[in-house]
Design a protein around this ligand. Structure first.
Ligand code: FA5
Ligand code: MG
Length: 409
């Protein structure tokens, strides 16, 4: 047998101090040292072959940024809730769910890649961190809620880039009506109201058909009913986007915000859609949604209802609203980030250096009888240090001694 002699990849995992540890060694260590229990949110759980939750992820669980006053995600949650005032607003469900809740009740096939330990975080084989807020759909419908929003932190072993993070926040929204003439009339009236409201929209929205061969109606449903539900879903979300983005983000006459609907696929909805927003030169996906499958409604014990559900990616929407360039910033505890925001206010993010501020106090003597203007000193600083210096302040000037404080980056 030939042994492969490929050169090992030169990937380094960086610790907080910037020291590199070869990835292979780190990963080998991780699997070799599985403790018998893990503590998550103050409770101990036994581990098994599926356990892959890491200390970094455990440390994020109590934070709940969507409930931290002044945090952009908290303001966004409140803004979304204010747009759906007649809906129940839920936000305190535990992130620990069973794979049955997260996948099986939503008709995920047994071999769906989302179930694997490479994609999801498991405490053990019977308990995991929800990968989406849809994990609660069946429970919430089963409680009798017909119009509801649920905001929560969700967890995925995802790629690393400026718009993906292993912990993020979603708002699930859903509406179901009776599968009869009364329910359909309710949707028709709502659609008329929403169409009139959206006539004033200053957002450019590209649509796709409600139904297509690749995005079909469910066999148990009347296509006319499905059209009405899909239309109500799209109008409700377009109206939310107008509420969030209208008049704010680039939505001027010559430069309207561009939004597009595209066909999608989720195991528990059909037809299904996603929405993307044009942000910083690229299409950014902000939500997934669809007409809820009959199997899901049957699982929730509401077989005589029809309706839709959506899942919004809060960080992505907040990135567009606040012009925040990188998703990692939401987790920053740096006062230069946090102090920029106030509860209930959408303000444009003011970028700052990725390095921490570095203060330098400089004191010096001037020859007797000579004076130095502050601006002379500023020019000297510019010549020596260029634009890395953010601020120069004269701290004190006493009997011929000038003391200037520099704030550099
Ligand atoms: C879902 O999670 C579905 N549960 C949405 C849904 C709900 C469909 C109800 C149908 C009915 P998706 O995997 O596309 O779908 O994620 C939804 C949104 O979450 C994405 O559009 C994106 O805005 C955001 N998102 C997904 N992964 C990440 C990530 N790693 N970091 C930040 N945001 C993410
Ligand atoms: Mg998606």
């Amino acid at each position: 047998m030939r042994v492969a002699t490929m050169r090992s990849p030169r990937l380094l995992l960086r610790n907080v101090n910037g020291r590199g540890i070869p990835a292979r060694r780190r990963l080998a260590n991780l699997s070799a040292q599985r403790p018998s229990h893990v503590t998550v949110l103050g409770e101990q759980y036994p581990t098994d072959h599926m356990t892959n939750i890491s200390p970094t992820i455990v440390s994020k669980l109590p934070l709940k940024l969507h409930t931290q006053p002044s945090h952009p995600l908290s303001t966004l949650r409140a803004l979304i809730e204010s747009h759906f005032p007649t809906y129940a607003h839920l936000s305190s469900l535990s992130p620990l769910v069973t794979p049955y809740q997260n996948f099986d009740l939503l008709s995920f096939p047994a071999d769906h890649p989302g179930r694997s330990v490479t994609d999801s975080y498991y405490i053990n084989k019977d308990l995991m961190l929800r990968t989406h807020t849809s994990a609660h759909e069946v429970d919430v419908f089963g409680r009798g809620e017909t119009k509801w929003l649920l905001t929560a932190d969700v967890y995925r072993r995802d790629e690393i880039d400026g718009s993906h993070y292993p912990v993020f926040h979603q708002t699930e929204g859903a509406r179901i009506v009776s599968a009869n003439a009364t329910g359909m009339k309710e949707l028709e009236e709502d659609n008329e109201r929403l169409v009139a409201h959206l006539e004033r929209s200053n957002i450019e929205i590209e649509d796709v058909p409600h139904l297509s061969p690749a995005n079909p109606c469910q066999p148990a449903h009347d296509p006319k009913h499905t059209e009405l539900i899909a239309k109500n879903l799209k109008l409700s979300l377009n109206s939310l986007m107008l509420h969030l983005f209208g008049g704010r983000v680039g939505a001027t006459a010559g430069n309207p915000l561009k939004v597009r609907w595209i066909e999608a696929s989720f195991p528990w909805t059909t037809p299904s859609f996603e929405v993307e927003v044009f942000f910083r030169g690229k299409w950014l996906e902000i939500l997934g949604c669809g007409v809820v499958r009959q199997a899901t409604l049957d699982n929730a014990n509401v077989p005589d209802k029809l309706g839709w559900a959506f899942g919004l990616g809060l960080e992505r929407i907040a990135m567009v609203l606040y012009s925040i360039p990188d998703i990692r910033l939401f987790w920053s505890r740096d006062p230069r980030f946090l102090s920029q925001f106030q509860q209930g206010e959408i303000t444009t993010f003011k970028p700052y250096s990725k390095y921490p501020a570095c203060f330098k106090d400089v004191s010096f003597w001037l020859p007797q009888g000579e004076t130095l203007h502050e601006n002379d000193f500023c020019d000297l600083v510019r010549d020596v240090a260029g634009d890395v210096v953010e601020d120069v302040k004269l701290a004190s000037l006493c009997s011929g001694m000038s003391k200037l404080a520099l704030t550099c980056e």
